[in-house]
Design a protein around this ligand. Structure first.
Ligand code: FUB
Length: 307
């Protein structure tokens, strides 16, 4: 009975907060925001920047989830997934994204692999957008030895997932090279070869979305990072580079975006280092801006706001 009560409270207790503007959550550090629209709500998944004093790198062990019906008031939910939930991983809850298929929620994550050197991509699954999420495979979906384009340890990071109108799942990811592959209908196996896309000054953080018949591949470019984007009529390309979408994100070296349509409006969701007094590259927070399209499908540059 106690266990049942504990479970009940774990998955139902949430605390609401509203900052009235950007950053939308200002009492904890969050990086790599990935938003999912589901049944009239936005679910915001992000890695937790623990940001201990005198530690100048990413200290990230878990992901968080918030939900909102208006992008103003955010319900905070219990931690739905940790890097340690993947038995084959050694830590590092880096960038991730959740997608729904047939009533199940698949969460693609970056973690460090225990035995294959470097970062890897895992996938967790749940019946609810709030979890509990469990490792779907018991092993990595993508490991560094599958791509091997570069020798850096963090090549296989930053998964973004998309299901096209025909029901085909696609996974894009990578640092220094943008990789992509189809997913089998089970969403937990790659289907076919891993391909590479040539994008000008690609760094990391790919994100796929579609609007009015165009596919958009936005990504972090340079370092410190801006967000650039390319457009295509097909997820297999060719992709046409369209320029910079978002300039340097405040005092964070990285910039990582997701783009959604919610209740008839378009939004650009990203992180920067805006929380005073000690926000920064490893103490990031989430901001949201309006996103506007031109008639030809290109996107107007994002105007960053602080309120
Ligand atoms: O949060 C850790 C890493 O920083 C992400 O995987 C990259 O996209 C960058 O934001």
């Amino acid at each position: 009975k106690i266990a049942v009560l504990a479970l009940f409270s774990f998955y139902n207790v949430s605390t609401a907060q509203s900052t009235g503007g950007n950053p939308v959550i200002n009492n904890e550090f969050l990086g790599d925001p990935a938003a999912m629209v589901h049944k009239g709500k936005v679910y915001l998944y992000a890695g937790h920047d623990e940001a201990p004093d005198d530690f100048h790198f990413y200290k990230m062990n878990e992901w968080k989830v918030y939900s909102s019906s208006d992008l103003k008031t955010w319900d905070k939910h219990p931690v739905p997934l940790k890097a340690s939930d993947f038995a084959w991983a050694s830590g590092d809850a880096w960038a991730s994204q959740v997608i729904e298929r047939d009533g199940k929620f698949y969460w693609y994550v970056t973690v460090s692999h225990k035995t294959v050197p470097g970062k890897a991509i895992g996938v967790a699954v749940s019946d609810s957008p709030l979890g509990p999420f469990k490792d779907a495979l018991g092993k990595a979906l993508v490991t560094n030895d599958m791509t091997k384009k570069t020798h850096i340890d963090w090549d296989d990071i930053d998964p973004t997932v998309y299901i096209d109108d025909k029901g085909q799942g696609w996974l894009f990811w990578g640092n220094t090279a943008c990789y992509y592959a189809k997913l089998k209908p089970n969403m937990t196996e790659l289907d076919g070869e891993i391909k590479t896309i040539d994008l000008p000054k690609y760094t990391e953080a790919p994100y796929i979305h579609k609007k009015n018949g165009w596919y958009y591949l936005s990504y972090a470019t340079g370092f410190p990072e801006k967000i650039a984007y390319a457009m295509s009529k097909s997820l297999d390309g060719p992709w046409e580079y369209k320029g910079i979408l978002n300039e340097l994100a405040g005092n964070s070296n990285t910039n990582h975006q997701s783009i959604i349509e919610f209740k008839g409006k378009d939004y650009f969701i990203y992180h920067n280092g805006a929380i005073e007094p000690n926000g920064g590259s490893f103490r990031r927070s989430v901001s949201i801006e309006h996103l506007y399209y031109n008639k030809d499908g290109t996107i107007k540059p994002i105007i960053m706001t602080t309120k």
